[in-house]
Design a protein around this ligand. Sequence first.
Ligand SMILES: Cc1cc2nc3c(=O)[nH]c(=O)nc-3n(C[C@H](O)[C@H](O)[C@H](O)COP(=O)(O)OP(=O)(O)OC[C@H]3O[C@@H](n4cnc5c(N)ncnc54)[C@H](O)[C@@H]3O)c2cc1C
Length: 333
Amino acid sequence: MIVIVGGGFAGISAYNQNKNSLLIDKKDYFLLTPWIIDFACGLKNIDDIRVKYEKVLVGEVVKIDFNERRIILSNGQSISYDKVIISLGHQQNLPRLKGAKEYAHKIENLQDALELKKRIQEVRDIVIIGGGASGVELAGNIASNVTGKRITLIQRRDRLLPTMTTASSNTAKKILTELGVNLLLGVEALEIKKNSVLTTHGEIKSELTIFAGGLKGPVLIDAFQHKNKNHRLIVDEYLKSVEHKNVFGAGDCATFEEIDIPMSADVAVSSGRISMKNALGEEIKFKPKRIATIIRIGDKFFGDFGENYVEGNTAKLLRSMAYAESLMIPKMG
Ligand SMILES: Cc1cc2nc3c(=O)[nH]c(=O)nc-3n(C[C@H](O)[C@H](O)[C@H](O)COP(=O)(O)OP(=O)(O)OC[C@H]3O[C@@H](n4cnc5c(N)ncnc54)[C@H](O)[C@@H]3O)c2cc1C
């Protein structure tokens, strides 16, 4: 029996290749995480982002005994496997700032999304920490779709979207500035308080502080594999664990030792597919490749297609192409 632990983009993609496998997830629904921001801003309903699994064993994986080939769930249940695909996703790396645990909101799961949606309606002053894709889309989409909010975006680096082209950074800056977002670039958050954020440029009022930066693998990976990278399972080019036999890694929780596998839905989908094919006996090398990285703020689309900057209809088309397969994923069975 091939067992898949974690039914996100990678896990469902793996399952779709082999419906005789067993899928385990801690919840009974698939979550379309890329739409959490739209949901929080009131642009999507809960049933647009949550899709019930057709067939799943619901349980939280707490341990894998690689010698005995057994998966242990939090309720004590033990499931044996011949091969296992680990696809447990990512966690947000909350900053080690004073007050972060108590007052910073994450954007990781459905509970976070529900809480965020409620809080966005209730408050006026919102501070977002992190100027990557999630922070930029969050700031821009709250500003475009929810009226009467004062939004500040704090970015430690001196430009937004630091992993993208400078043209994309400049467009993000222009659109957010036009929307009235208070951009603090090259500024660091020092402490998160109940009603403010202390930064290297003074204290900013905040009734809702959202942390939109820093991803890591699930901390549970440390218990699975002695050798890991930022809590991500290290796999070889066939997505096999470098430490354990009959163990594969797919999606955000797995990476190569030398280069980082990008954490994105489309890459997770292709790694899920290849991990299952290889678990079934094929020998396919995984070459992580993103079609494009496109940002959407309101009705504006822009981003990077390889090294090139794109915007407007071209960007919109590329985004739907990058998403096409990912969005089909929950329609399993
Ligand atoms: C706000 C936000 C916006 C994003 N926007 C985009 C975007 O625009 N484009 C893009 O490509 N990517 C985007 N991403 C990233 C994308 O969502 C991830 O790269 C993708 O979800 C990775 O797929 P995965 O299968 O590895 O993990 P996930 O989809 O997270 O699935 C992991 C699964 O493991 C399960 N699980 C975890 N721990 C356990 C356990 N102990 N026991 C049992 N089950 C467990 C979870 O319930 C979950 O179902 C965004 C992410 C966020 C949070």
